[in-house]
Design a protein around this ligand. Sequence first.
Ligand code: BGC
Length: 571
Amino acid sequence: MAGGTVITGTTDTERIEAPVTVRAYLICAFAAFGGIFFGYDTGWMGGVLAMKYFIRQYTGKQYPADLYPFSTDKESDYQIYKTKTFKIPARDQSLTTSILSAGTFFGAIIAGDVADHIGRRTTIIIGCTIFCVGGIFETASTGIAVMCVGRIICGVGVGFISAIVILYMSEIAPKKVRGALVAGYQQCITIGILLANCVVYATQDRDDTGSYRIPIAVQFLWAIILAVGLFILPESPRFYVKKGKLEQAARSLARVRGQPIDSGYIQDELAEIIANNEYEKKVVPQTTYIQGWTNCFTGSIFKGNSNIRRTVVGILMQMMQQLTGINFIFYFGTVFFQSLGTISNPFLISLITTLVNVCSTPLSFYIVERFGRRKILIIGAAGMITMQYIVGIVGVTAGRESENNKAAVSAMIAFICFNITFFAATWGPAAWVVIGEIFPLPIRARGVGLSTASNWFWNCIISVITPYLVGTDKGDANLGAKVFFMWGSLCIISFTFAYFLVPETKGLSLEQVDQMMDECSPRNSAGWKPHTTFAQATGLAEKGVVLENDARVETAAVEEVQETIRQKSFG
Ligand code: BGC
C-alpha cells in the first residue's frame, strides 16, 4: 500500500472483519501448538521422579533388587525398602514439581510487558529461547539442584509462551471461529500431557541417563517448531495499531486474513481497530510504565466494563478453572485410583485419564461457538458438581475399601472420567478463550499475563496442598474420596462466578466485546447485538486516517479523530 493512503472505516457492523481464506485459518491455528509446551512440561516430571535410575542417581541408594536379590515376598524387607525408602523425599518431589509454576507465574506477568514493547510474536520466540536454556540445565542435571535451576528457567519460558500464545491467537483469529481456534490451544495442552506420559513410559526402564534425559530433551523439538513457525508468521496487527505503526498493521492484517492489502475489507477492519484503540486510550490514558500497570486496576469493581472488573474476572476465571480440581486427577489420580484397588498399573491409569481428556476436548470446538462461552461454563460447572458429588457419595458408601465392592469402584472411575469430559469440553478451553477476549487493547497484554499467572499460581497451590489432603501420614487430612465433595463444592462457586460475572463474547470482534461490556451486564450479554461501529462513533468513518510507510502515525487525521472522541461518548 502506498504511503499516505487514507482509510476511512465502515458504518456497517457486519463489515468490521475481512473474510478469511483457508491459508489464513491455518496461520491462526499454528500458534495453538504452543499448548504442547504447557502440557508436556507439566506432564513429564511426575514420571521422571518415579524412575528407578533417577532415584538411584539422586539419592545414591541401591536398587531394591540389588540390595535384596533373593527375597521378593510382599511383606519382605525388599517390599518395604522399595516402597518406603527407595524414593525421592516428598519435600524434593514437591519442590521440583512446584518450582516450574513459580517460574511460569513470573514469566506470565513479565511476558505481558514484553509483548507490549517488542510484539507478541517476538515475545513467544524469546519464550522458546528461554525455555531451551532451561532445558539445557534440566538435561545436563544429575541432581535436584541443577534440575531445579532448569525447571525455574523453563517455567519462565512456559509462562511467556502460555500467556502470549493466547493473546496472539485471540488478536489474529477471525471472530466466528476465535473460540474454536483458542480451544485448539487447549487441545494441544492435552496432547502435550499425553505425549509426556507416553515418552516417560517408553524410557522408564532404561538403566542409563537416557531414562530421564530423553523425555526432557524431546522438549527442544517443541521449542524449535514453535519458534521457527512464528518466525514465518505475521505479527498481530493489533500490536502494530497499539504502537501507532499503521502501515505495518495493514500489512500483517492482510496476511492473517489472506486478502490483498488494498482491499476495502482490510481497510474497514483496520479502521475499526484503530478507532477502538483511540477510544480506549482516551478513556484510560497511558503515560508512564507504572500507569500502564495501574490502568489494569482502574474504575469501580461494580461496573461491568471497568478495567479492574475485567482484570478480576480474568484472574478469577483462571483461579476457578484450577479449583475445579482437574489437576488433582492428573497429578494424584494414579495414587487415588490405586488406592481404590481395581487398577494396579499406574501407567494404564494415567493413560485412561489423559486419553479421556484428549478425546473430549474436540467437542469444545463446536459447542464454544454454537452455545457460547458463558453457557458452556455454566453447564460445565453444573456437570462437574454432579459428577464429583456422585464420586464422593459412592466413595463414602458402597465404594469404601472395607466394602470391597468392585462394581462401585468401577462406577467411581467412570464418573471421574465423565468429570474430565465436562472439564475438557467446557472450563478447560473456555477459560483461555475468555481471558483472550475480555480486555481492551491498552491493557490486554498485561491482563492476559495476570490471568495466566493466576492459573499457574493456583496450579502450584494445588500441587503443594493436595498430597496433604489425601495423605494418610500423621497430620494429613486423609480425606480419601471425600476430597471430591471439596472439589464439587468449589465447582458451585465456579458456577456462580460464571453466571454472574462472565459475559458472552461469542461471534463478536474484540472491539465489539469492548462495546458490549460497556453497554450490558453479563446476564444480558448473550442477547446483545452490535449497533454501531467504532469508526462511525468516533467520526473516523467520515474523516479517515492516513497510513504512512513504516512510520509511527500521529497524523492530523488521528488527532482529529481523537478530538472527536473527546467530544463524543458511547451509549
Ligand atoms: C489447565 C491445566 C490442566 C489442563 C488439563 C488446562 O486448561 O490450565 O492446569 O492440567 O487444562 O487438560
